[in-house]
Write a protein that binds this ligand. Structure first.
Ligand code: DGL
Length: 196
């Protein structure tokens, strides 16, 4: 309780993380920052996103947060380590916990990861998974248009019946199915809203 926990993302995606935090820590005060002025982060250079990470954490620290949750995979890949080294307040990200979940879930040690261009190209997921279990093979794909769909609010179940959306998902995911992954990391906090 007492001081708030600060949570941020490029937009609405981090609300999926906040929802879980509310479930597990219902009595905490929370501040959510959605950087909708600059969404999407995915296509931007990691250095630029790192700058946003520092700006937003400064903003949250001014509001006396006791902990910062980087509820964005792209921001985690771009600046978590640097932010942890720079700020006195504890800063946690989303990549390592998801990697741990996938390593526990996979039976055949074939894990798929989908995320933004920034997250996937950073190699942060492969690195995190291999650090936990070097025997896991990681197959990744970026799905940039998914963030657009979520930010536009096109997330009702009916949306998935639209051939256009269905075909987009098929294009992104078929290569991962072909290589027979048995677990898939939704490596962008916007994606759980498209789980259906
Ligand atoms: N929700 C974010 C993530 O987890 C970023 C999406 C974006 O802004 O491109 O990567």
């Amino acid at each position: 309780m007492d001081n708030p926990v600060g949570i941020f993302d490029s937009g609405v995606g981090g609300l999926t993380v906040m929802q879980e935090i509310i479930k597990q820590l219902p009595y905490e005060n929370l501040i959510y920052f959605g950087d909708t002025a600059r969404v999407p982060y995915g296509p931007r250079p990691l250095e630029e996103v790192r700058g946003f990470v520092f700006e937003i954490i400064n903003y949250l620290v001014e509001r006396e947060v006791k902990l910062v949750v980087v509820a964005c995979n792209t921001a985690t890949a771009a600046g978590l380590i640097e932010a942890q080294a720079h700020f006195d307040v504890p800063v946690v990200g989303v990549i390592e916990p998801s990697a741990r979940g996938a390593v526990q879930a996979t039976r055949d040690r074939r894990v798929g990861v989908i995320g933004t261009v920034g997250t996937i190209n950073s190699g942060a997921y492969s690195k995190a998974i291999r650090a936990l279990d070097a025997g896991v093979t990681v197959y990744s794909a970026h799905c940039p248009k998914f963030v657009e769909i979520v930010e536009k609010g096109m997330i009702s179940d009916a949306n998935f019946l639209r051939p256009k959306t269905y075909n987009l998902a098929k294009t992104y995911l078929t290569p991962l199915l072909r290589v027979e992954i048995d677990s898939l990391i939704l490596g962008c906090t916007h994606y759980p809203l498209l789980k259906g």
